[in-house]
Design a protein around this ligand. Sequence first.
Ligand SMILES: [Ca+2]
Ligand SMILES: [Ca+2]
Ligand SMILES: [Ca+2]
Ligand SMILES: [Ca+2]
Length: 470
Amino acid sequence: MLRSRLLTTAAAIALGSLAQAETPFFVTTTADTGEGTLRAALAQAAQTGAASRVVILTQDDISVDTGLVYEGSDPLEIIGSGQTVRTAQDVTLLTASNGADLTIAGLNFAGPGGYSIEARADSDGIAGKGIFVDVRDDQTGTVSLMLSDVTVSGVANHGIHVSDCSLADACGGGATGDGEGSPASIRVHLVNVVVDDAGNGKFDADGVRVDERAEGGVQFFATGSTFTNVGADGVELDEGQAGDVVVTAINSDFVDNGGYCNPDLLAGFMPDVDEAEFEEGQQDEAGIPGPIMGSPDDGCFERAVDLYDDGSVEAYEFAIDVDDGFDIDESGDGSLYAVLIGGAITGNLDEGNDYDESGAGGIDLTVIGTRASGNADDGFKNSEEDGGDVVSTVVGATSTDNGGKGFVFEEEGDGDVRVDVTGTTTGNNDDSDDTGIEAVQEDDGTGSLSVTASDITDGIDVEGVDLSEM
Ligand SMILES: [Ca+2]
Ligand SMILES: [Ca+2]
Ligand SMILES: [Ca+2]
Ligand SMILES: [Ca+2]
């Protein structure tokens, strides 16, 4: 036993020196464990102390009962030719546990599938992901995840997750997200990637989720990629403290996401009166509906209560927390820069695009030929707070049949609104009462909206913004 262990170590060291010369580790069997497996190759690669490449030579699917882990901190490349790594267990299929740069080509990841709010995965505290990169607390530079020709499906939790957040899965989402992070930035680069049926086994699990905290920003690039049937957001980028979010999405689709908190199923648990307002002193807090309990997932209900200074209730409101196609929350110093070219953002249970920026910095959005349709709330929502502008160019885009507005540009605090819309179509959004485009400039600053050669049949609503139509 001791002897074979020594031999194994010697073999690993030998292979390690080869890897430094870029000789790959070959996967020669589809077995779960043992020599020649993907699992063994990842362990060997981690021992090299250098950048490594793993090439899968087998053709059949690789079935695993426990998650695969790469513990190295040096870059790793995994090259497949369309095989699938699959599991029947609720485990994270591939984890890079020490923040390594990870490049994967031609490989699919499939969880058990069949998850929903009525078939949850998280009752044991575990909900498996597809690909998970955990950034080290002291990491610097840019952590890179590059995927091409990769599919992730059937996992209960996030399909793809990069976490630079000390609280791991308790990091929380949106502008209220907590947690500390490393100085590092995060880059996610997706080419021909499909995330389908991820995040349906627990609350707030996204197709792609990036949690970036402390110094450093997020770069997100996707081309020819699809995010569909995800329980929470198709893609959610959460950037906190200093740093920008820089997005390019080309011909990428965000379709039918956000339905884990199934409104049809949960509506019956809502209070009879789900929102109300009161005069001061009229209503004490004990007399309004309390937090909802006993539903398939009580985390799905948002309950907001505003109190007067005397402690009486000013207003309360309940909502079911459905999610978006593409959700970005940039907070603290830094801006949100996004370019969308082509692609469809359709059938999502909340907004299609939901972009929020706060702290210093603005929103700079370019949309060319992208279509948003059939989303439950706004097609393209852009909301900017504090110092900073909202600047947007929209060309040849479409936003129709959404439950909210077609396009929303909201700016608060210091800063201006400058929006140019050309060759764009909106129609049948909300009640069609000036719901095609809304532009709002509050507080200090100026606002301009120019609409040229466009068909905005459901009208334009401006506030603090000069409108010019040609
Ligand atoms: Ca960071
Ligand atoms: Ca940051
Ligand atoms: Ca900011
Ligand atoms: Ca502002």
